[in-house]
Ligand binder design. Structure first.
Ligand code: MN
Ligand code: MN
Length: 475
């Protein structure tokens, strides 16, 4: 006769993480979210997130891989290295005990976030004001970005290579910028439009000033005054916008949110929340890992991972080749291919939390719920899993084993009801190598909005889950 299973084991019930965590874990959540808040506040662009991450890695004793490459210094288990791509994309690794061709354990997040970019010929005058013309970056709901305080972050590069960093609008004593919207009294025409068309993309222009210079006969005297201010403070001239990357982001620091302080509200949590959790997991590997542990922080995910700093470039593969070259006596492409093919990866990107105000967008049983922990998303894509990275059940089973063994609070999740929409991450680009990849990150409310909301328990569990994954011995 068949043995009867215990009734308590044959059903699966999803549970709120606060019902099962220990007082120790509760203290860890608090501590971790404070560190995250600091990181998020300093990382409002992909360049800033890159620089903050390099600072953290340097402090933890990681060395620039380029020095090893130049001196042909062999890498050995326990060595900590990183390599940067154009100051935007970053790969960090701790060499493991197993030979590289056994595969790496990779955490991959992205550090670019939806925002508004300044065009190359931006400055103009209209309505006796000076404005900057823009082109938005990534999938934004345009109406969310008008009438809120905005800050400028970016770089001007002079033809001689000199880099001028600018940040305006973050300190309380600095001015902020904004985009206007039509008053409700005169919004009849706008109100008749769909929300997608209520604000024209070409009109997401930033108001930067209104005082004309007092020079007689001076044309565009308000614009001229703004140029004088920029020239005095930064030494830049109008032509320098040609070789600049200036990003407009919400001018506000991230904050604890909720009367119980259980959440974090802030700009750019997609995907700096996972980026931070990945870096912290790598740093807190106290022992040399069995498999080489690797963290990838990429740029350009929000516009399709294209370009030299996007995941679709060869940067990751090239750095992996350097690692092979420095850990084997004889480099071979076959070893590189095996290294990539045998790797395991968590694509560390955010997912959508069930929003009780928009229940129609979600299927409750499979939507991510706040405080239910780290979200594991078996497949992404849209309309019949189109464009999805659909992870193997076999790999999913490994993830279950790893997370359950380490007492991680985690849940499975999907991005919305079937046929409501969808989305993707960098997962499919890594899956090309034949490696096991699954999406695994933090759930957000109001994703891509100027202010996104995340649960602190979920953020901490992302870190703890990533750490357990890096430590795993595949047994
Ligand atoms: Mn993302
Ligand atoms: Mn996104």
């Amino acid at each position: 006769m068949k043995k009867e299973s215990k009734t308590s084991n044959i059903t699966y019930k999803r549970e709120n993480g606060y019902a099962k965590i220990s007082p120790d874990q509760l203290a860890n959540i608090k501590k971790f979210s404070q560190g995250y808040l600091n990181f998020l506040g300093k990382s409002k662009t992909e360049r800033e997130a890159h620089d903050e991450s390099v600072k953290i890695l340097d402090k933890a004793g990681f060395k620039n891989l380029e020095k090893f490459e130049k001196n042909k210094t062999a890498l050995k288990p326990g060595d900590k290295v990183y390599k940067s791509c154009a100051g935007k994309t970053l790969m960090a690794a701790i060499i493991g005990k197993q030979p590289l061709e056994q595969g790496m354990h990779i955490l991959g997040a992205h550090t670019d976030s939806p925002r508004i970019d300044i065009k190359q010929n931006p400055l103009y005058e209209a309505g006796e004001m000076a404005l900057l013309d823009t082109h938005y970056y990534g999938g934004i709901k345009k109406y969310q970005w008008v009438t809120i305080p905005l800050a400028i972050h970016g770089v001007f590069i002079k033809p001689n290579g000199k880099k001028i960093n600018i940040t305006i609008g973050e300190n309380p004593d600095e001015p902020v910028l904004c985009i206007s919207d039509i008053l409700p009294h005169l919004a009849q025409a706008q109100n008749a439009k769909t929300m997608a068309k209520g604000i024209d993309g070409e009109n997401l222009d930033i108001i930067v000033g209104s005082i004309p210079v007092k020079e007689k006969g001076k044309k565009e005297a308000i614009k001229y005054n703004i140029l004088k201010i920029l020239n005095k403070k930064y030494g830049i001239v109008e032509k320098d916008f040609l070789s600049a990357e200036i990003e407009i982001v919400p001018a506000a620091a991230p904050r604890h949110a909720g009367l119980d302080e259980s959440m974090i509200l802030g700009y750019g949590q997609d995907d700096r929340v996972c980026a931070y959790a990945c870096i912290k997991a790598l740093l807190n590997l106290k022992q040399i890992p069995q498999y080489t542990s690797c963290v990838l922080l990429c740029d350009k995910e929000e516009i399709g991972s294209v370009g030299a700093t996007g995941m679709a470039s060869n940067f990751f593969e090239n750095v992996s080749a350097e690692l092979v070259n420095l850990t084997y006596r004889n480099y071979s492409e076959l070893i590189l291919k095996r290294t990539l093919n045998n790797s395991w990866m968590l694509s560390a990107d955010v997912n959508a939390l069930l929003d009780p105000l928009f229940p129609g967008a979600f299927e409750k049983k499979n939507a991510a719920i706040i405080n239910h922990g780290l979200c594991v998303t078996k497949f992404t894509g849209s309309r019949g899993k189109g464009g999805a990275n659909d992870a193997n059940a076999e790999f999913m089973a490994h993830i279950r084993r790893i997370f359950d063994k380490a007492d991680i609070v985690w849940q499975t999740a999907e991005l919305g009801r079937v046929d409501v929409g969808g989305g993707g991450t960098i997962a499919y680009l890594m899956a090309r190598y034949g490696m096991n990849v699954i999406d695994c990150g933090v759930g957000l409310l109001s994703m891509h909005a100027p202010m996104e909301l995340a649960g602190k328990l979920d953020i901490y569990m992302a870190y703890a889950g990533y750490l357990a994954f890096l430590k795993d011995t595949r047994k």
